[in-house]
Design a protein around this ligand. Structure first.
Ligand SMILES: [Cu+2]
Length: 139
């Protein structure tokens, strides 16, 4: 019985501790947070503060189970339960480097896989910059 109570407390505290991080689409074709660090179970909300953008997932720790893509100009919300790095971008602005990284649970085990994603020259250089930030944050 005590164990059950403890489990219940643990489950409840995990729920209440889960955070929501807000990322805006900006007027200069970028995401307001380019490298977001979150805990397992946290949620990210993307706010369409600027028109003409969306969220398209390009890579993640489970490549066959990426979060859903969003529709253009729409609010989007995803809860992240699998640790690792996620790469996403804006479908119409992908080639010009409108990208974002999400690091879940301080886990960058799949960084090399992320770096192998084929992107335009500009987007590749943006991804390199973001990868350096991700690595330095995670030490
Ligand atoms: Cu865009």
């Amino acid at each position: 019985m005590k164990l059950l109570t403890l489990l219940a407390v643990l489950i409840i505290s995990e729920v209440t501790l889960a955070e929501t991080i807000q990322i805006e689409f900006t007027e200069d074709d970028s995401y307001s947070i380019e490298v977001a660090h979150i805990n397992i179970g946290d949620r990210i909300d993307w706010l369409p503060k600027s028109q003409g953008h969306n969220v398209e997932f390009l890579a993640g720790p489970k490549m066959d189970e990426l979060p859903p893509n969003s529709k253009m100009n729409q609010f989007h919300s995803v809860v992240f339960r699998v640790p690792g790095i996620y790469l996403y971008g804006c479908t119409p602005h992908l080639n010009m480097g409108m990208l974002g990284l999400i690091i879940v649970g301080n886990d960058i085990h799949n960084l090399d896989q992320i770096k192998k994603i084929e992107l335009s020259y500009v987007a590749t250089s943006v991804l390199e910059r973001l990868s350096i930030i991700a690595q330095s944050d995670s030490k």
